[in-house]
Design a protein around this ligand. Structure first.
Ligand code: SF4
Length: 195
């Protein structure tokens, strides 16, 4: 029997945000500022869910075996089951992208919750991301699911090989506690396997 490999929607979100965090993220404890931000985010979730998501099931643990030993496991913020469909809401305390749509990292996370609910309930799934400034719909198309599975495969390969990828560095790095480490990695000569 294949060894179980756990994937969570929140880890996929981090992986799409920056795949280096998949490998390096556990090396540095969150700063006081990050912990405070997480606490405020948690409070925002609670208040939003209490006010806007009454009647929804909240934070229920779901899991699905995807083959190849991969187990997808996670707790959607909230979902509402109807006769023929399920509405999934992912609450975000940040604003959505200024240009519209959703952040790709949030997209992969809500698609993973959608897949969990699709497999659990066998019904049509409607995905919503509730940003601080608006609510966006994420279509659960076959293309979207193909992308989700590609991300899962890439996440698995990255974890299993501790692969520190070449990534585009940008503004997000200025807010990251690992900037000093990535600055160092990026000036090191590449190994033979990476040329
Ligand atoms: S500094 Fe930038 S590249 Fe490095 S882990 Fe953080 S976000 Fe990723």
């Amino acid at each position: 029997m294949a060894k179980e490999f756990e994937v969570t929607p929140s880890k996929l979100r981090t992986h799409v945000y920056c795949p280096r965090l998949t490998v390096l993220g556990d090396l540095v404890a969150p700063s006081l500022r990050q912990r405070l931000r997480m606490l405020l985010g948690r409070l925002y979730h609670l208040v939003y869910e209490l006010i806007w998501l009454r009647g929804f099931r909240r934070e229920e643990l779901l899991e699905a075996r995807l083959g190849g030993g991969i187990v997808l496991r996670g707790r959607p913020d909230a979902y509402l089951e109807r006769d023929d469909s399920v509405v999934v809401v992912e609450v975000k305390s940040c604003k959505g992208p200024p240009s519209g749509g959703v952040w790709m990292s949030d997209r992969v996370q809500v698609l993973a919750y959608g897949l969990l609910l699709k497999l659990a309930k066998g019904k049509d799934v409607r995905l919503l991301i509730a940003y601080r400034d608006r609510v966006e719909r994420v279509p659960m198309t076959s293309e979207a699911l193909t992308w989700l599975f590609k991300v899962i495969e890439d996440y698995k390969r990255t974890v299993e090989s501790s692969w520190i990828k070449d990534v585009g560095r940008g503004a997000k790095c200025d807010r990251c506690g690992l900037k000093w480490l990535c600055d160092l990695i990026d000036v090191l000569p590449r190994g033979a396997g990476e040329t």
